[in-house]
Design a protein around this ligand. Sequence first.
Ligand code: AMP
Length: 629
Amino acid sequence: MNKIRDFHRESIENREEFWRREAERIHWDAPFDRVLDDSRPPFARWFVGGRTNLCYNAVDRWLPLYADRPALVWVSTEVDQERVYTRRQLYDEVNAVAAMLRGLGVGRGDRVLLYMPMVPEAVFAMLACARLGAVHSVVFGGFASVNLAQRIDDAAPKVVMSADGGSRAGKVQAYKPLLDKALDLCARPPEAVVILDRGLAPFEPVAGRDLDYAQLRRKHAGQEVPITWVESSEPSYVLYTSGTTGRPKGVQRDTGGYAVALAASMEYVFGGKPGDTYFCTSDIGWVVGHSYIVYGPLIGGQTSILYEGTPVRPDAGILWRLAEKHRAQVMFSSPTAVRVLKKFDTAFMRERDLSSLERLFLAGEPLDEPTARWLSEGLGKPVIDNYWQTESGWPILSAQPGVEHTPARLGSPSFPTYGYDVRVVSETTGEDLPAGQKGVVAIVPPLPPGAMSTIWGDDRRFVQTYFTSIPGRQYYSTFDWGRVDEDGYWFILGRTDDVINVAGHRLGTREIEESISTHAGVAECAVVGVADELKGQVATAFVVLKQAAQAQDADAARALEGDIMRVVEQQLGAVARPARIRFVGALPKTRSGKVLRRAIVAVCEKRDPGDLTTIEDPTALEQIKESLQ
Ligand code: AMP
């Protein structure tokens, strides 16, 4: 592990030299004067004065080499369609959309809000914005009108682009009525709305406002829109993310730093090369989708697969069939997707020819050991856990097979990536903690290229939110607990803002969940801290069984509850043992797979669960309620 350690050290100690070299990976229309300007900490500007463009680097730059090779493969098991776009065709489509946006008055620095399902037109629109020097803000299709209105008001887009609808698990979801409602709620509605009519959800266009994508595309087809070169620090996009307050934060990303960071990650983190095929199952509404469906693979000269569908339709083999068919070298998914698949036989993957596949990455939430083991054993390929956030834009902790092959340690996202001066610090003193001790995962500024540059329109909130919670230090807080073991492997132990305190003992819900998950009968679980008169809080576990029948009657449930409690007691001690274990058929989650802990806690405490617009399956919360009776 010497190589990876040296590589990381060099990226911190010789920061400017390191990134000057990496910057050669992308095309600059005009060179930068300075690698880094951090004269106003904690703000950092990378590649100051350099002029570049994300769309040029993702599309135009690869035309001479790969004009006729697939750049974007769209597969929808929702509408049973597949479309392959070569780099040349991608270029044409992006130019047509850029021309239509330009025709609607969109130019450098203007915002365009995209509220789109997983369709190639969404990718064209993102790249078209980049081409024009405009700033896109993609809002996840699962959000409803209030969230959408909040984001529209904050970003103040000139144009909103949307679709009649999407589809999930075979059920049509109409977007247009939600958008119309959002626009009614908006203080500053946009001048124009472009609607992609997929023929899924009939709607009435609003005269004078709504425009038809297909018509505009026909009108602008064949036009070429020159690249708008922007200064490296100019924003490429704003992506909203929720925090501890109800008001979403617009995470603002720069241009040059992002392009360089992604280009470097394609090699160092993902071990890929131009010409490879990359299959990321995330959604373009999330940061993983921005970085590793759209920009990363395309900037890296790779083919990207865009998938509209679930991992289990038409059956649990679909992801592997796609990887096989398109000869993917790299896959990127989420632990939740794998846990869903875990309920099925591994034959679904073993039967496929996955000889092209080199490795599979998982991120976005803790990867529990049993899930990691199930997947790596079933797949026979390295499974790499990587840890990052919307704010970071690319992995903070990960194995880096492009630097050095290192053995995986289950439950650990391995090591800090180059450029991230990441520490485990004491939440009371801010001091670095020695190996083995649990503390807050913090990053010493400057944040590396590609990480958020500020909160859209609110520099003060950026500093206030992220850089003031570590005592005595102006460090970036991830709001995650972490620990480094003696060998330098990192472990993420849950959010600092979801910590529970049982009779004065601080417990990480993640640790308890991991322990419960080792029980052979458990498919997945969530542990929350629930208010308790005597102990302040007690841990309550909600468990989804692999076979629901195991807890069919009260006696069986009680026996199993005792069983699981014993597992936790044996592994972590009596203090961590949940007060109650409830069996449910599903956990309430956002559509991106995050368990809605706060909503569970609220239900347990008989409070209003609050904003549930992102919930995947509302009946899951009902089941929690019922399980408490
Ligand atoms: P988001 O910004 O929605 O991607 O969420 C970021 C948060 O997800 C992090 O702060 C962590 O709490 C959690 N997270 C992401 N990746 C991992 C991982 N590999 N292991 C544990 N937690 C993770």
